[in-house]
Design a protein around this ligand. Structure first.
Ligand code: FEO
Length: 421
């Protein structure tokens, strides 16, 4: 099987030189149209795996999805013998990168497996004993291949707890795992040779990395100081042209808007007969001040995607829903399920709503907010049918107290232990 130079057009089954003695040995999946059940992929994807040759042996970096293993092994065999493989580095355990590992272990018995320290707990669950012996590594640990050296950088939660990057010193080449990836399949492989993949790169960040913006910034703090000639991600084009651009784009996308000194509360509601809307209005009026900006948003017919930007910038959200058939209304669930795409951890959340006879919606919304790691320091407000003066006063009180929490002036609650008995 031929090994091609970087600028040769690529037949489907060839390994590809990406740097001196470093080959791409991954797989092309042009037919894929949906990834991980959540991300549309109009241009398919690639499962990138790499073979690094040093004077003391060969290391494989990542494998491919199991169904593409034949393609991976054909490419690998074109550039290395199994007996030469001393190391297998898995930057990430998700099956699209670990699928061919059990068979690779069988074929390359002299190889030692290197995974991140956090991957240890997950190995059994993902590979059920087929991974064999392994070494768990930390940031700064090295793997020597004789005349070249791989350095490990722990980049957890991008987008699993186990994720790490591996840096080939001297060559200034970063095997970045899912970070800087795109679901975009083009056999020409390199970013300056493939078609326009900007939309795929941006969509990949928005769907996979955006919920972990603070972890992206932590990873960038490790990566940005490194000399970098090439980024070799686990999906999509290899970034040899202007790799610094992709770092700066991740920096831009992960940096929060500058603080304005003003706090923002978004009050969402759905209301069939105006009862929950009335509650929302009372709450919003009571919360608004020079320090707290309040936006009242009717979810009926609203598009969710544009709301996510506003939620990401907001400090608190309150969700109002009537209870219909023992549940909150679908539009509220659509909103709440979309919050997994952004970072809402630590924001303040609250719930309210009117109901006819059972009134489960408020509790269900509060539980969901807590599940999303929002803080819910204040109990929600429920009103049976048309809210009366007491219930409207409770809504004003909720708005007022939310504002105090936002401004950091909430009184600490004293819990009477006797009341818990
Ligand atoms: Fe490409 Fe998270 O697997």
């Amino acid at each position: 099987m031929a090994v091609l130079t970087p600028d040769t057009p690529v037949p489907h089954a060839a390994a590809r030189v990406i740097a001196r003695d470093v080959h791409w040995i991954g797989a092309l999946d042009p037919e894929l149209r949906r990834f991980d059940l959540l991300l549309d992929s109009a241009h398919g994807t690639t499962y990138n795996a790499y073979c690094v040759r040093g004077s003391a042996g060969v290391s494989i970096v990542d494998t491919v999805k199991e169904t593409f293993a034949d393609e991976f092994f054909r490419r690998l065999e074109s550039v290395a013998d199994y007996d030469e493989i001393r190391a297998i580095v898995l930057n990430h355990l998700e099956p699209d990168h670990s699928g061919a590992l059990p068979e690779l272990r069988r074929r390359a018995p002299k190889a030692r497996l290197y995974v991140s320290s956090r991957a240890q707990m997950m190995l059994k669950g993902v590979l059920h004993g087929t991974a064999g012996e392994f070494t768990a590594v930390q940031t700064g640990d090295h793997l020597d291949l004789g005349d070249r050296r791989l350095r490990f950088l722990q980049t957890p939660y991008l987008h699993w707890p186990d994720t790490q990057c591996t840096y080939l010193e001297g060559d200034a080449l970063l095997f970045s795992g899912d970070i800087f990836g795109s679901h975009y399949c083009d056999a020409r492989l390199f970013n300056d040779a493939v078609g326009s993949f900007r939309a795929a790169f941006e969509q990949y960040y928005a769907c996979i990395m955006r919920p972990f913006a603070r972890e992206v910034r932590q990873a960038l703090a490790l990566i940005e100081p490194l000399p970098l000639r090439l980024i070799a991600p686990a999906h999509g084009p290899i970034l040899r042209d202007a790799p610094a651009y992709y770092l700066s784009r991740y920096r831009e996308l992960s940096t929060p808007s500058p603080a304005t000194g003003e706090h923002t509360l978004l009050v969402f509601y759905l209301s069939a007969y105006g009862n929950t809307r009335r509650m929302a209005e009372e709450l919003a009026r009571a919360a608004a001040s020079d320090e707290v900006r309040v936006e009242l948003i009717d979810l009926d017919g609203a598009a969710i995607a544009p709301l996510l930007e506003r939620i990401e910038r907001a400090d608190a959200i309150a969700c109002g829903s009537p209870t219909i058939n023992g549940d909150a209304v679908k539009a509220v669930w659509d909103l709440l399920s979309s919050l997994t795409c952004i970072d809402v951890r630590g924001k303040i959340g609250a719930a309210f709503g009117s109901y006819g006879w059972s009134g489960e919606a408020v509790r269900m919304i509060e539980e969901r907010l807590r599940g999303l790691k929002l803080r819910t320091p204040l109990p929600g407000v429920r009103a049976r049918l048309t809210p009366g003066s007491d219930e409207l006063a409770a809504c004003r009180s909720l708005g007022h107290d939310l504002a105090l929490h936002l401004c950091g002036r909430a009184e600490h609650r004293t819990i009477d232990m006797a009341s818990l008995a």
